[in-house]
Design a protein around this ligand. Structure first.
Ligand code: LLP
Length: 409
């Protein structure tokens, strides 16, 4: 988005403010469809990445489905008009109550634990199910978001296939899908192929006659650093389509191929606008204090993630090195540490890039500061505004949900 537009939005709606480019989200969706050229490709957007309503409506209208990970996400997607057959439920460590609630909606359950598979079969013999396997491929941009290999809680181990088959047989379950998700921000294209190979070999063991689809999760990375190479998605997508077609031949019939992109769809569409209100020199460090903070964009603190930051109001200033901090009472409350930036002055507006995925959605109200407002821009117009809670809203929510009790223990 152009700097002028960002300045206007900050002026009009105030800061901190999340700005999303709605056109870009649809472009990403169409890009991925073009890269993976397969007639039965289905994309199910990982709703956890960004649950902004206007963006979801755009995706729904474009034909996209949803990867949901909690009953709340399922209910929200249904509420927005996504039909149950467009949604997959990939929760982990779900309770019986959560399982039942989602099962009743008709959304396909994606199960990644033997224990849950057994409980599901016992409760609903003959049910259709998708099975999540651990692909035994380890990749991703942070150890905290790698979901294959030995150190993860996700998925059924490939070597447990006999136990899977025994449970499926006992409860006459219909396995309609197989699933894997390797990690978020997959660095090496080979990892996609290795994980696909693992899942396809489960499918071709011929013990799953009812398969309708294979789901290879998300993980398509986008560059965060200015010098970071992007993956050649044209080549990767062609390789994926080719391998899947070869697999279909071997399996003996046509299947659907699914992916669940989150970051790829929304990371780059978002910018967090925050204003610098305090400059301070702390002997060794020059500190730029902003009106946002880590609960509003936690990735640098949680994953040591790098987000590019632009000084939108002084882009040509003389370079200096800054710690760019928030307004939260913690020393670690930094968006960037020792970052070269064009001179920052009090009042300057900063734009934190790639703030569309896992920023607002991972946010919280620590220090009782409300999450920023959000706007969605499409075709040069603001099409949606979600206001920021007031301090009073925050307090009302606490008082509304708190009761005095006289329970004796
Ligand atoms: N499918 C499943 C089963 C997942 O667990 C995830 C992400 C996705 C799809 C989408 O992955 P993506 O395409 O967005 O990489 N908060 C972290 C990322 C956590 C990802 C969790 N699962 C971050 O900010 O890097």
């Amino acid at each position: 988005m152009q700097t002028e537009q960002l300045l206007t939005l900050a002026e009009h709606f105030g800061t901190p403010l999340f700005v999303y480019d709605g056109d870009m989200v649809i472009e990403r969706y169409n890009d991925l469809r073009r890269f993976i050229d397969h007639p039965r490709l289905e994309l199910q957007y990982a709703l956890k990445a960004n649950f902004n309503m206007a963006l979801l409506n755009e995706l729904k209208d474009a034909g996209c489905g949803i990867d949901a990970v909690s009953p709340g996400e399922v209910e929200y997607a249904l509420h927005l008009g996504f039909s149950p057959d467009k949604i997959i439920y990939t929760a982990n460590n779900m309770t019986d109550g959560e399982f039942e609630k989602v099962f009743q909606t008709g959304v396909i359950m994606n199960i990644g634990e033997l224990s849950r598979l057994r409980k599901a079969g016992a409760a609903h013999p003959g049910m259709s199910v998708c099975l999540r396997f651990n692909p035994d491929v380890t990749d991703g941009d942070s150890a905290k978001t790698m979901t294959g290999g030995d150190l993860t809680k996700f998925g059924i181990l490939l070597e447990d296939i006999d136990q899977v088959l025994a449970i499926v047989r006992e409860y006459k379950m219909k396995v309609v899908g197989l699933h894997e998700h390797t990690g978020s921000g997959i660095q090496k294209p080979e990892s996609f192929h290795a994980a696909m190979k693992a899942l396809m070999s489960v499918a071709t063991c011929k013990n799953f006659p009812d398969l309708e689809f294979l789901d290879f999760g998300g993980g398509f990375k986008v560059p965060y650093r200015p010098d970071e190479a992007s993956i050649d998605y044209v080549t990767l997508g062609a390789g994926i389509a080719e391998r899947f077609k070869a697999f279909e031949k071997e399996y003996g019939r046509e299947l659907r191929i699914k992916f669940e992109p989150g970051k790829f769809m929304v990371a780059q569409c978002g910018t967090l606008l925050t204003r610098v209100n305090t400059l301070k020199r702390n002997r060794k460090r020059l500190i730029a204090g902003t009106d946002s903070g880590f609960p509003q964009l936690i990735r640098p603190v949680l994953y040591d993630a790098y987000h590019q930051i632009f000084n939108l109001t002084n882009p040509d200033g003389k370079e200096e090195i800054y710690d760019i901090c928030g307004n939260i009472c913690e020393t670690g409350d930094r968006f960037a540490e020792q970052r070269p930036m064009p001179e920052i002055r009090e009042g300057d507006l900063l734009g934190i890039a790639n703030a569309g995925a896992y920023c607002y959605s991972m946010g919280g109200i620590y220090n009782l500061r409300a999450m920023p407002a959000e706007v969605v821009v499409k075709g040069g117009k603001v099409i949606s505004f979600r206001r920021r809670d007031t301090d009073r809203d925050l307090i009302d929510n606490i008082t509304r949900t708190t009761e005095t009790c006289d329970m004796v223990l």
